[in-house]
Design a protein around this ligand. Structure first.
Ligand SMILES: [Zn+2]
Length: 386
């Protein structure tokens, strides 16, 4: 068996209503005064109120920073850190989608260690120690509560990342009640993104692909595949919502240790240039990238086909099962009401060559792809997806 390293969040609390009991779950960890990081939308909806009230009732002073935007900027991070510093906070709570959790991770790092963000960018460069950190996701997709990564937008559109086990939180709180109100389009896109995390982690060529990631990816696909349509059509179904939240976390644990590949690499130019949401960007290229990968990965995709789609026929061989798996994924996006072609999200055909060139910049992801992929291959895939 090959050597590997597996890191994850050390405590996971999964319970509907858990956010309203945040003080009992995390009060002693965060200390007497905490920074609560969220976005203006969630604050306006009052979704954070029970969690904040729980902390305050326990005598914990809460500094709320509610200015996190989508694709959060370095300026926002520095504002959050400043708010924490002014109030001498002893712990950080991140509450929201991937953006709020990303700001919370780096706020805890910079407040705890006093290090300079410029020395922390990249893989394994963050030093720590960070402040105690609790993350409460309100979408089921990114798995950010169990990934050691935070992405920040620097300047107009440069994305920089910090990747280090130091920014894995102490506690992840999975409260399905928080996701009941997510609109169908967001539920669909984030749910498919989580499925892509599991598929790409399972088939990743990374030297650190490992038995734990594979196991988690399969259980993630089982939960996500069985519940995504119910969660989209019947948003108030707390069972389905809980399964999606757990499934996306398991997929997060899988890909945090066995990283994603060409689906994500080809999705980035769609999101970066045309501001298509991350999950939808992935869904648009997913079947086409998997078809390209099939000659190298058919047996891997065949292994997970029944996890996501238990009704698929069991007697067929790897090639047929792989083809069925890809068709099911394409059909799923359609059934969920998502756009399925690049032209439907206002991408002009003449933008495809530039996108193919941009996708090649994602070498850190492409090296994990089960089949080597050139710029010409990327263009062929985009044309098929157009
Ligand atoms: Zn993703």
């Amino acid at each position: 068996m090959e050597p590997f390293i597996f890191n994850t969040t050390k405590s996971i609390v999964f319970r509907p209503g858990a956010a309203a009991e945040l003080a009992q779950i995390a009060g002693s960890l965060v200390g007497r005064t905490c920074l609560f990081v969220t976005d203006p939308g969630l604050r306006g909806l009052g979704l954070c109120d029970p969690a904040i009230a729980s902390l305050e009732k326990a005598g914990i002073a809460v500094t709320v920073f509610d200015q996190v935007e989508a694709d959060p900027s370095l300026a926002t991070l520095m504002d959050a850190v400043e708010a924490g510093r002014e109030n001498g906070v002893t712990g950080v709570v991140g509450f929201g989608g991937g953006s709020s959790l990303d700001i919370a991770k780096l706020s805890a790092l910079l407040l705890g260690s006093g290090e300079d963000i410029d020395g922390a960018w990249g893989v394994g460069n963050a030093k720590g120690p960070r402040l105690p950190l609790v993350l409460v996701p309100t979408t089921a997709g990114t798995g950010s509560e169990v990934t050691p990564v935070s992405i920040i937008t620097v300047g107009a559109e440069e994305k920089r990342g910090v990747s280090s086990p130091v920014i894995l939180p102490d506690i992840a709180v999975l409260d399905a009640d928080l996701t009941l109100g997510l609109p169908p389009a967001i539920t669909a896109a984030t749910g498919v993104d989580a499925m892509v995390h599991a598929i790409e982690a399972y088939a990743s060529k990374s030297a650190n692909n490992n038995p734990l990631s594979k196991l988690l990816a399969r259980e993630a696909l089982r939960l996500l595949g069985a519940n995504i349509e119910t969660a989209v059509s019947t948003g108030g179904n707390v069972e389905a919502r809980g399964a999606m939240l757990l499934g996306s976390m398991l997929a997060g644990q899988a890909f945090a240790n066995s990283p994603v590949a060409a689906v994500h690499a080809l999705a980035y130019p769609i999101g970066g240039t045309f501001h298509v949401p991350h999950g939808l960007s992935n869904a648009l290229v997913l079947p086409h990238v998997l078809r390209f990968n099939a000659p190298a990965a058919a047996s891997l995709y065949a292994e997970i086909a029944h996890d996501a789609f238990p009704h698929l026929e069991r007697e067929t061989g790897d090639q047929a099962l792989c083809a069925d798996f890809i068709e099911e994924l394409a059909g799923l996006s359609k059934r969920l009401g998502m756009q399925t072609r690049l032209r439907e999200v206002s991408i002009p055909e003449d933008a495809l060559p530039r996108m193919a060139a941009d996708a090649m910049l994602q070498q850190r992801l492409l090296v994990n792809n089960p089949r080597e992929l050139s710029e010409a291959d990327a263009l062929t895939i985009y044309k098929a997806a157009w």
